[in-house]
Design a protein around this ligand. Sequence first.
Ligand code: NAD
Length: 341
Amino acid sequence: MFDKAAFAGHESVHHFFDAKTGLRAIIAIHSTALGPAAGGCRMWNYTTSDDALVDALRLSEGMSYKNAMADLPLGGGKAVIWGNSKTEKTPELFRALGRAIATLNGKYWSAEDVGVSVHDMAHAAEETKFVAGLPGKSGDPSPVTARGVFLGIKAAALRAFGGDDLNGRHVAVQGVGHVGAYVCGHLAKAGAKLTITDVNQEALAQVAKDTGAGVVAPGDIYDVAADIFSPCALGAIINPETLPRLKARVIAGGANNQLSTPDMGEKVKERGILYAPDYVINGGGIINVAAEISGVYDPAWVEGKVQRLMETLGEVLDQAQREGKATNRVADAIARQRIGR
Ligand code: NAD
């Protein structure tokens, strides 16, 4: 583990096995410098346990940066369950995960992530209090994530176009799931012209109907002559194959890990495109979860934090411009400085 490129001075990494339920889980804690580590639990059918470990290491480091940029009293951590989320999920599996989380005595707070629902995490919460984002509590973080993404798009538009009025701006949105659908709602209300795509035809038709958006096939979204490209689906979609096709001057969306590799940040900049670093613009959801962790859920505090985070995004974009650097490098440097790395 210590020799892996993804190992970034993690404080601790915990492996759990439960024979009765078949739970195989890894909880990676990157940093608790700013507070208890917080980050969701992912369930994925990794090919090898090594792949699971590398994913846990990368994701937990990313959570340290995200939480630091949102100025939350939280460190970075992440849980991964090695298994098929379509066929292997049981309430008992998540109770076993809850018992695993409990052994860390509050050093790590969990929530849902890819392959895991809030209802799954409710079973984990039967065994430990260190689970947030539960039904009946702060609930689905997606609307707050989307609100942040919308404000972040405006902050990026202000820098790229000299004004943040989105009336008449053409935005291409990739993915109209939980986050993307809400982002489209905000954009439509602001008068933006929308082109959307999704592999889920039902979701696509619904959002097109609600917002008047035009629709393209998933593979065609990179060629749309839009002002702004908003990735709200998958990771690694800014890569050597897609970047030359983009016509947009701004990339700003909710998806995690948008750049296939960090050096794509420089490539994006060379093409004259302004990139809003993903873990800054999509931090609204973790702010919502943090409000629940704090013990007092206050929507006004959440909104204030989201607005402040988008000011931070503006500062990152301005500093990158001043120093002639890629925006992701500037964000990384600020985040590392905040966690003392
Ligand atoms: P979701 O699963 O609800 O939505 C993702 C959508 O993308 C789905 O509708 C899916 O059909 C679509 N999609 C999948 N493959 C696609 C493809 N090849 N082309 C086009 N569309 C495709 O997930 P979500 O909660 O909306 O999250 C979206 C992204 O935002 C993810 O990367 C997630 O990690 C990130 N994110 C979400 C939150 C949150 O609060 N939900 C917070 C931070 C980051």
